[in-house]
Design a protein. Structure first.
Length: 319
């Protein structure tokens, strides 16, 4: 049987899901890629809370051997130039440029999962076997959609700074406005009138973000709402279709499951889907981290590169 572990933000319970792999999104632990081309579900044939000690005794193994490559600085700079050119020509106003950082290392996935749980109580921590044979692990700060039983909730999360003492600039506020307005617009298309909560600063690993929680009620199906929201401008850009087309040209790698979404979908009534961020793929001989930064007209390439470095520390600190 396949298995996945998760610990939701601000929740001490570590959950284990075990069951058969099914292609597509069904009730169970779901996991998808950025473009919606790879989706699988681990059916919830067994679902229980486990202790950290029990986590360490679980066998999360991969037989895959890989030759993952790190994104070169010149390739990142080339992608940055493509995005800024599209912004200058008013085709888009924001796009996320991601990159990979790979290390030749045999990683104990369950030990890393426990360390992430202990270090990031405000993040969604996950470790899953995949239908491709690799493992994926992460500590995501971003909720895509949760069902509280009273209402549904999503969030806009954008803008990054390295210290609480550094003031936010217009660049970050503009990023946040783009994401919030786009999410609200997608919900309006479903005749949903959301309640946008106050703007707040939240800590996510080694960095800080701006966040608006967005609550609403709807009779639409969870999957229909998710399909309208994902990928949000926080991980793609704005406008969505044009920014995704730009990303395909600007990035010389596949994002795979990075910036897809995952989490429990109607497991014993629990639905809490998160965006796959601050994450890494693990093979038998490597770990490959995926990180990205939002590019706008006010962006500077070296600062965005450094922002990615700081985000990578969320996992690198424990290797």
């Amino acid at each position: 049987m396949a298995k996945a572990l998760f610990k939701l933000a601000n929740n001490n319970n570590i959950s284990l899901v075990e069951g058969e792999f099914v292609e597509g999104v069904e009730d169970g632990f779901v996991f998808t890629d950025f473009l919606g081309e790879k989706k699988f579900t681990i059916k919830s044939e067994r679902f229980l809370f486990v202790t950290k000690e029990e986590v360490l005794s679980l066998g999360f193994v991969t037989k895959n051997k890989t030759e993952w490559k790190t994104t070169l600085k010149e390739d990142y700079e080339f992608g940055f130039t493509i995005i800024q050119n599209e912004i200058d020509h008013n085709h888009i106003n924001k796009a996320i440029l991601s990159r990979k950082k790979s290390y030749d290392k045999n990683v104990n996935a369950t030990t890393l999962f426990v360390k992430l749980c202990e270090s990031y109580p405000d993040s969604h921590i996950f470790l899953t076997e995949t239908i491709d044979g690799d493992l994926w692990i992460g500590a995501s700060p971003e909720t895509l959609l949760t069902d509280t039983k009273i209402e549904l909730e999503t969030m806009s999360l954008a803008g990054t700074k390295q210290s609480e003492d550094i003031p936010w600039t217009e660049k970050e506020y503009e990023e946040q406005r783009i994401v919030t307005n786009s999410i609200v617009g997608e919900l309006y298309k479903l005749n949903i009138n959301p309640d946008v909560k106050e703007l707040e600063t939240v800590k996510a690993g080694a960095v800080y973000h701006l966040r608006n929680r967005i609550a609403f009620k709807s009779l639409e199906s969870i999957i229909n709402i998710v399909n309208n929201l994902h990928p949000t401008p926080a991980i793609s850009g704005n406008p969505k279709e044009q920014s995704i087309a730009t990303i395909k040209i600007a990035e010389n790698h596949s994002r795979s499951y990075y910036s897809g979404y995952g989490g429990p979908l109607n497991i014993k009534g629990l639905t809490h889907l998160f965006v796959n961020l601050r994450c890494a793929a693990i093979s038998q001989n490597q770990i490959c981290l995926y990180v990205g930064a939002g590019i706008t007209k006010l962006s500077e390439v070296d600062k965005e590169w450094e922002e990615c470095e700081r985000k990578a520390q969320s996992i690198l600190n424990f290797l």
